[in-house]
Design a protein around this ligand. Structure first.
Ligand SMILES: [Zn+2]
Ligand SMILES: [Zn+2]
Ligand SMILES: [Zn+2]
Length: 221
């Protein structure tokens, strides 16, 4: 397992000290105390990240085998499963960042990657922030907050790839025990259990797919 590299990075809004793990791009403190290990769920993908040349990437698919059970995606690059984080130029893109991209595109967000004013790295928004424009961004690389003039949302994948809008179809998909999602980044197709549709029926309620997933993914950052 790759080791945490934890640094102090200023204060929380309540004055508590904050610590950040530079290896895994995640918080490493709780109630002002430094943790032994950061809270990253995807430490395994950071071991030897895959160096990728965007020009050699012909397809990217993000697959959630069953959203009802877990949100760890299967990432397919050129039809092969990729189990590591991607290193593209200076970016390191981990599995939650793919989720951020999916949610942003589902919400038809114009992705405008900003750059951290402390470490100059490009910015990616995940979870709630992937669909909520904001002017105060938390840099995943250094753990500091920086501000931009206009509220926006970013994702580094949009720096390296041309990602079209998500295609939606007016259709209700009834779900029982399986809720599989396959998102093809390069053609914008989202399949739910193999079908296209903008609504799901779950426990006899019809909901917009986007609203349901915004809620499911809100803490995935
Ligand atoms: Zn760590
Ligand atoms: Zn930074
Ligand atoms: Zn942000």
């Amino acid at each position: 397992m790759s080791k945490c590299n934890i640094k102090a990075c200023g204060n929380e809004s309540n004055g508590d000290l904050r610590y950040w793990c530079l290896t895994h791009k995640d918080i490493a403190s709780k109630d002002g105390k430094e943790l032994q290990e950061c809270l990253c769920k995807y430490k395994d993908v950071y071991e030897e990240p895959r160096i990728i040349n965007p020009k050699e990437v012909k397809s990217i698919k993000i697959i959630y085998e069953n959203v009802l059970e877990n949100l760890r995606p299967v990432i397919m690059i050129n039809e092969k499963e990729e189990k590591k984080a991607l290193k593209i130029e200076k970016s390191v893109i981990d599995f939650k960042d793919f989720g951020g991209l999916f949610i942003s595109k589902l919400n038809n967000i114009d992705l405008i990657p900003s750059y951290c004013t402390y470490c100059n790295m490009p910015h990616t928004d995940d979870g709630l922030f992937a669909y909520t424009p904001h002017a105060k961004h938390l840099c995943q690389y250094c753990g500091y907050f920086y501000r931009v003039d206009e509220p926006n949302i970013g994702n580094e994948l949009a720096l390296y790839f041309n990602i079209p809008k998500v295609e939606m179809k007016d259709n209700i998909i009834e779900l029982k025990n399986i809720f599989k999602i396959e998102y093809d980044l390069f053609n914008g197709l989202v399949l739910v259990n193999g079908q296209m549709g903008d609504k799901i029926k779950i426990d006899n309620k019809v909901l917009f797919l986007r609203d349901y997933l915004n809620d499911v993914f809100k803490d995935e950052y």
